[in-house]
Design a protein around this ligand. Structure first.
Ligand code: AFP
Length: 334
């Protein structure tokens, strides 16, 4: 738009950092590294049907799930962009069995980056929206040496930044830091830059949509069945099966996403460290909420890297309704 003030993600992050005179600029640069990796992944996603990257890689990941070629590619892109900058000490990914420490040769930094490089892989081959989710912590082990599992196993409330990228009708990156607010940037393909498009996102306190895989209905507890019966009578249903896409729509339009524990996945299906916790950080920054049905997601202390959790996330009133209804149903049984 001629004459409009274009705010790049870089200038926005730098402006935010100025609010903290003690900041060294490292987090700013790390966020910018993530944005760079997202641009590379986006370029593969956009050419996916042409670039021989569709389909299965032939391997399974640590969760026993079939890895898609794009999953593997996105994981490699994230690591190659991030690992040699001297800003992180360890990375952890849904696609890697164990944390990947940054070697002494590559100069371990003070941050920890955890990510789901390509969320919603079952949607890759059918051209539906997919995404990348990331979470950043300060390291807790001493500086100057490679990071460890201990750096990764931190409670969500200690995140210093988190965000996601959605590869949808356009590519959008949303992030939040401790300075507050959730901010969205749309990748302008003409200039290859993320430009500010959603400043200080505030999610409606009550939603329009509910998103849940209702084919699991018979496996849920009575509390969740009751919740969904109530939602059916007053909300509209939307479910893509890509957490990032379902979350993003509900964040902007108002709504709730749920993946409760069920008899098939008694601990829930989604991963705490690189799906639930970063999105909970964003949800709270935008005035929403996230719970596992009992506790705030940001209060859960992880015990293992690939820990799973039930997830209820979105508009504050709707999340509170779920917590109350599920709590009452549990109390009646007890
Ligand atoms: P994949 O990345 O393995 O496709 O998993 C996607 C996901 O973790 C999350 O993005 C979806 O919300 C959820 O699984 C969908 O699960 P169901 O297919 O069981 O509804």
């Amino acid at each position: 738009m001629p004459g409009a003030r274009l705010v790049t993600i870089e200038s926005f992050i730098i402006e935010q950092e100025r609010m903290f005179p003690e900041a060294t600029g490292e987090l700013t640069n790390l966020l910018y590294d993530v944005a760079l990796a997202a641009k590379v992944i986006s370029s593969y996603v956009r050419r996916a049907g042409l670039a021989a990257v569709l389909g299965r890689s032939g391997a399974t990941n640590v969760q026993g799930e079939v890895q898609q070629k794009l999953d593997v590619l996105a994981n490699d892109v994230m690591k190659s962009v991030i690992q040699k900058t001297g800003r992180v000490c360890v990375t952890a990914s849904e696609e890697d069995e164990t944390p990947v420490p940054v070697t002494l040769e590559n100069n371990p930094g003070k941050y920890v980056l955890m990510f789901d490089p390509l969320d919603g892989s079952s949607n890759i081959d059918v051209n539906a929206s997919i995404g990348t989710i990331f979470s950043i912590h300060r390291r807790v082990t001493p500086d100057g040496i490679p990071g460890t599992l201990k750096d990764c196993l931190q409670v969500g409330s200690r995140q210093v930044a988190a965000g996601y990228v959605i590869y949808g009708s356009s590519t959008i990156m949303v992030y939040s830091t401790r300075s507050g607010g959730a901010h969205g940037f749309t990748l302008d393909p003409r200039i290859g830059e993320f430009l500010l498009s959603h400043n200080s996102i505030m999610t409606p306190t009550a939603g329009t949509y509910y998103s849940v895989n209702e084919s699991n209905y018979d496996r849920w507890t009575d509390g969740y069945r009751e919740v969904v019966r109530s939602f059916k009578s007053r909300l509209n249903a939307r479910y893509i099966g890509s957490l990032v896409a379902d979350f993003h729509r509900n964040l902007i339009a108002g709504g709730i996403f749920m993946y409760p524990a069920d008899s098939k996945s008694p601990k829930g299906k989604l991963r705490l460290l690189y799906e639930a916790a970063p999105l909970a950080f964003i949800a709270e920054a935008a005035g929403g909420a996230a719970t596992d049905g009992e506790r705030a997601i940001l209060d859960i202390v992880p015990k293992e890297l690939h820990q799973r959790t039930p997830l209820v996330i979105g508009s504050r009133d709707d999340v509170a309704f779920v917590q109350e209804t599920v709590g009452q149903a549990t109390a009646e049984i007890a």
